[in-house]
Design a protein around this ligand. Structure first.
Ligand SMILES: NC(=O)c1ccc[n+]([C@@H]2O[C@H](COP(=O)([O-])OP(=O)(O)OC[C@H]3O[C@@H](n4cnc5c(N)ncnc54)[C@H](O)[C@@H]3O)[C@@H](O)[C@H]2O)c1
Length: 291
């Protein structure tokens, strides 16, 4: 099977990036969301990323040509009618994702490979409700442009012949595919990342150190461009809150409550212009930050 037409469900932070990278890589892409506002955000996000890539000389075609391969739609039927592959990137909420997979499992043609970009949920939670469990697999991106690992994580009922197709598809999107041999919440990298974020959250809520000093410790010792709180801002504090609040331990609960105070003020991180830091010029990007 040749993947040519890609459909992205959810036009937020990640959906927009995956759709754009697919268009840059030559695929025809449709991207679906439930509000005009979300599609406008997606279009603006894509334009911004394309301008940066163009400035750095990383594009083989002009941005308009690339964007002409992306079809933005509020119509679920049109979104998936010819899709060879669907990647779902809706909000990290199990009930919402179940609803979405019931809807799109019914709408998708027989041929379509169904994939979820969930960060911490498992494909087996949605495979049956999609109605096509053998076609269902997790295909999880990180940031797409800066962090280029893509996790391929089948559930026990996934048709094994999908794995090489997804590896090939991942490589065609300029990603490095890795196979998660059995279902694991957080795949490979996020399992390690969660341990880091959890420790950073515990240091902050336990009033052991400030956001800045926690980030500096990580950045200086590991020669990293950002620390755990800069990472959280780039992920989105709402996404981080969904993950953190579902954990049972008291440190995670305390950190989830802390994240909620930001969310209640509309501070969701980079995407809203403010989270732990202010954007587009967060303090940690200033060379003086780590002096
Ligand atoms: N943010 C990250 O760094 C990151 C990285 C990898 C994976 N993910 C995963 O990607 C998914 C999306 O995360 P995000 O950060 O892009 O979130 P986001 O909040 O930026 O975007 C979610 C989008 O889903 C849309 N949506 C809500 N209900 C919908 C429905 N019924 N149908 C279609 N769209 C609907 C929202 O309108 C919104 O545009 C989550 O599962 C998350 O865990 C996120």
């Amino acid at each position: 099977m040749e993947i040519q037409i890609v459909s992205i469900i959810g036009a937020g932070t990640l959906g927009s990036r995956i759709a754009l990278q697919a268009a840059i890589s030559g695929y025809q892409v449709s991207i679906f969301d439930i509000t005009d506002k979300a599609l406008d955000f997606s279009f603006e996000t894509m334009k911004k990323i394309l301008a940066q890539l163009d400035k750095g000389g990383h594009l083989k075609e002009n941005p308009e040509k690339i964007l002409s391969r992306v079809y933005f739609t509020l119509d679920p039927e049109k979104a998936v009618k010819d899709a060879d592959l669907i990647n779902e990137s809706v909000t990290e909420d199990i009930e919402l994702k179940k609803k979405v997979w019931k809807q799109f499992g019914e709408l998708a043609p027989e041929k379509t490979i169904l994939t979820t970009n969930t960060s911490y949920l498992l494909p087996s939670m949605f495979a049956d409700i999609s109605g096509k469990p053998s076609k269902f697999c997790a295909l999880h991106f990180h940031d797409v442009f800066y962090s280029r690992v893509v996790d391929i994580m089948p559930h026990p009922g996934t048709d094994p012949s999908l794995i090489p197709l997804l590896e090939k598809f991942g490589r065609s999107l300029n990603q490095v595919p890795v196979l998660v041999k059995k279902e694991n919440p957080g795949y490979i990298f996020n399992t390690m990342l969660l341990a880091l974020i959890g420790a950073a959250g515990k240091l902050l809520t336990g009033e052991v150190a400030s956001v800045e000093d926690i980030d500096k410790s990580w950045m200086v010792n590991f020669h990293m461009p950002m620390g755990p709180f800069g990472i959280l801002d780039s992920i989105g504090l709402d996404t981080a809150w969904h993950v953190t609040k579902s954990r049972e331990d008291s440190a995670s609960k305390a950190f989830a409550a802390h994240l909620k105070t930001y969310i209640d003020q509309g501070k969701l991180g980079e995407k809203t212009g403010e989270g732990f830091y202010k954007y587009p010029n967060p303090a940690y990007k200033d060379p003086k930050f780590i002096q």
